[in-house]
Design a protein around this ligand. Structure first.
Ligand code: F6P
Length: 500
């Protein structure tokens, strides 16, 4: 591993992802732009390894930047964050990001193709080639940004479903480029994937990469069988040859930065907050849910299970509370708006039925919260409920495990908490210490809640030991380093790209 990380550091890695790890705003008085690091799945995962990887980041800022400010923004981001912005108009974002990425690929990759074909009040939705054109147009703009800084020794690491067209664009411009692509979502069964009208060009574009990475063996296997069926090619578990180019394939399960959580747990402000929350919820058990407000996370399923639990177990009324964080996400996509309404409705119904002036069974926090607040809640919670209907990995399950530490002098924690985890989250394949559930089975989730609340301390300790061993070894940084090391290896052995 030592050797791998040394060699990894030798060449620059260009990380290309839809979103930059920074966000910012313009001071109206001075006209100056100011940026700060943001949080979020991929951002958090790569933050710790950026320097080790000698990385520069290319991506969109999450907002349209006026023409006259672009030079200032570009210069500042490069100087302060080693980041290169891709400027996209709101109109293009609406079709590329809200439309093709998040209303076509995202549901399909999570086994929910229906929203794009369902007949809705007043309009028949169908696959819209305008969105596909916009997707490719946006990917070309990302390719332009790479081209502006690329040198032959670079390793280009492309991320996620937003940029599946990019490897082909890059390969057409730079025959010898070293290109890797990693998927942060599931890759669905070929039975689902082949629904996609543009299934073939999208696969062909990806095959211009040197290395493709997935979180789990299942996702990699699904990808290979999609290639076999759609492109009629022979595949091996290590990759496949297409258009005289060999493309390797690997499994790289992402992790978190457990030390970062351990550091946050040492802050006095976090100690104070844990003590405060422990007092607020004294005499009650705390169930915790932390999700982006996304239909793949199965929040309604979780709430229905809680409702059933409180109906079946009146002895727990007044004695258990669910803290549910629902971070607003992709709010311009109609499916997300409908979900938000449904969650509000269910929270209201449960609180109305089982609550009283002193007691609310659900505390719903429909906003993002600070890292300190999050870690404090993770630490004091008794049970974490992850009910994803499909989830590429689910880092909340890892973060909860990493935050389950004794806090002597802060509060008397009665041993570790329990993780209840959907078998449809990628992390369920590694976290054998969790109580695994099928979120579609409300009875089963209801039973798991009861089991989690009543497990003996000894049993919880055994489970936590297994869980934390995995989470502390398989970190974000080891994930990033192993992907880049593999990319380096496969590129060094490219038989078909003689540089003569
Ligand atoms: O792969 C899922 C992902 O794209 C993550 O990288 C990201 O943290 C999350 O979804 C939210 O994405 P966004 O807010 O950029 O749409």
């Amino acid at each position: 591993a030592g050797e791998a990380s040394e060699s990894v550091a030798k060449h620059r890695v260009i990380i290309v992802a839809n979103r930059l790890p920074v966000s910012g705003g313009r001071d109206e008085k001075t006209g100056e732009w100011d940026f700060r690091m943001s949080s979020g799945g991929l951002v958090t995962a790569l933050k710790g390894s950026r320097e080790e990887l000698n990385a520069v980041w290319i991506g969109w800022l999450g907002q349209e930047i006026p023409e006259e400010d672009r030079e200032q923004v570009r210069e500042k981001l490069l100087r302060e964050y080693n980041a290169v912005p891709v400027f996209l108009s709101d109109e293009l974002v609406n079709k590329y990001y809200n439309g093709f990425s998040n209303d076509v690929l995202w549901p399909l990759f999570h086994y929910m193709p229906l929203p794009i074909y369902q007949s809705e009040a007043g309009s028949d939705k169908r696959f819209d080639t305008v969105l596909w054109d916009a997707y490719r147009e946006a990917n070309v703009l990302f390719a332009d940004a790479v081209a502006a800084i690329w040198v032959e020794s670079d390793y280009i690491w492309v991320h996620d479903y937003h940029l599946m067209w990019l490897p082909l664009e890059l390969r057409q411009r730079f025959k010898h480029a070293n290109i890797g692509w990693f998927l942060h979502t599931p890759f669905p069964s070929s039975e689902i994937y082949r629904i996609l009208p543009v299934r073939k060009p999208l696969l062909e574009a990806l095959l211009a990469s040197d290395l493709l990475g997935f979180h789990t063996y299942d996702y990699a296997r699904h990808f290979l069988s999609a290639c076999a069926r759609v492109l009629e090619v022979d595949t091996t578990p290590r990759g496949l040859e297409y258009a005289s180019h060999f493309m390797s394939l690997g499994v790289f399960p992402i992790g978190i930065d457990p030390e970062h959580i351990a550091h946050i747990l040492q802050r006095p402000a976090v100690h104070a907050r844990i003590a405060e929350l422990t007092e607020t919820f004294a005499g009650r058990k705390v169930l915790l849910g932390v999700d982006r407000l996304d239909y793949i996370k199965g929040m309604p399923h979780k709430l229905l299970a809680l409702e059933l639990f409180l109906t079946r177990h009146p002895e727990w009324r007044g004695k258990v509370t669910l803290i549910q964080v629902g971070v607003p996400s992709r709010t311009e996509v109609p499916e997300y708006q409908r979900l938000s309404e449904r969650v509000n409705e269910l929270v209201g119904r449960i609180n109305g039925t089982f609550g009283n002036l002193e007691y609310a069974p659900v505390h719903y926090i429909n906003q993002s919260i600070t890292q300190e607040e999050l870690v404090a809640i993770y630490n004091m919670a008794d049970v974490c409920l992850v009910t994803s209907l499909r989830d590429g990995m689910n880092l909340v399950s890892y973060e909860f495990v990493a935050a389950q530490r004794d806090m002597p002098g802060v509060h008397q924690k009665d041993g570790p908490g329990v993780l209840v985890l959907s078998e449809f989250a990628g992390s369920a394949q590694s976290l054998s210490g969790a109580i695994r559930i099928n979120p579609w089975n409300t009875e089963e989730v209801c039973h798991a809640i009861q089991q989690a609340l009543t497990l003996s301390r000894a049993e919880r300790e055994i489970r936590q030991h297994k869980l934390s061993r995995y989470v502390s070894v398989n970190t974000a940084s080891s994930w990033a380093k192993s992907f880049v090391a593999e990319l380096r290896t496969v590129c060094a052995n490219k038989p078909n790209l003689s540089k003569l």
